[in-house]
Ligand binder design. Structure first.
Ligand code: ATP
Ligand code: MG
Length: 139
């Protein structure tokens, strides 16, 4: 059965550009309920740990440098079929290819600075949610 939660981050460039409010409003309008949320800066080590699955990728170094370059907003979102629903809602990795009206189409800058993160599977959503939030921080 498809899971009900996904983990998102509003990435440092979207925060720098002042898009936190617009993105959170869009999520609410889109029917994603906020279960947990934090405004925080990832250390380089924490970003490296979060993206460990991409360690062998050529973009790993740049990505972890970027993700630790300023504060992010991390949140657990709840909706039926959350993973697929949210990935459709944010659009493809590269904002240049993202469907019109998606978060990355509206707020993404380039393939790295693409405004938001979204978990790619139910299994990873649980791991990523646990990375940021204890049970006591979820409502
Ligand atoms: P995310 O995991 O952030 O939701 P995604 O699942 O669409 O995005 P992944 O393949 O998991 O994309 O890559 C993780 C992140 O690494 C991307 O969101 C982007 O910031 C960066 N990234 C991916 N591909 C590239 C690339 N070719 N060049 C530079 N950065 C990239
Ligand atoms: Mg991914």
């Amino acid at each position: 059965m498809a899971g009900k939660i996904t983990l998102t981050m509003i990435k440092p460039e979207a925060v720098r550009k002042g898009h936190i409010g617009a993105i959170l409003a869009m999520l609410s309008e889109g029917g994603f309920r906020i279960v947990a949320m934090k405004y925080m800066k990832l250390s380089r080590e924490t970003a490296e740990k979060f993206y460990e699955v991409h360690k062998e990728k050529p973009f790993y170094n740049d990505l972890t440098e970027f993700m630790s370059s300023g504060p992010i907003v991390a949140a657990i979102l709840e909706k039926e079929n959350a993973i697929e629903a949210y990935r459709g809602f944010i659009g493809t990795t590269n904002p240049a290819d993202a469907a019109k009206g998606t978060v990355r189409n509206l707020f993404g800058s380039n393939i790295q600075e693409n405004a938001v993160h979204g978990s790619d599977s139910d299994e990873n959503a649980l791991v990523e949610a646990g990375f940021f939030f204890s049970e006591l921080e979820r409502y």
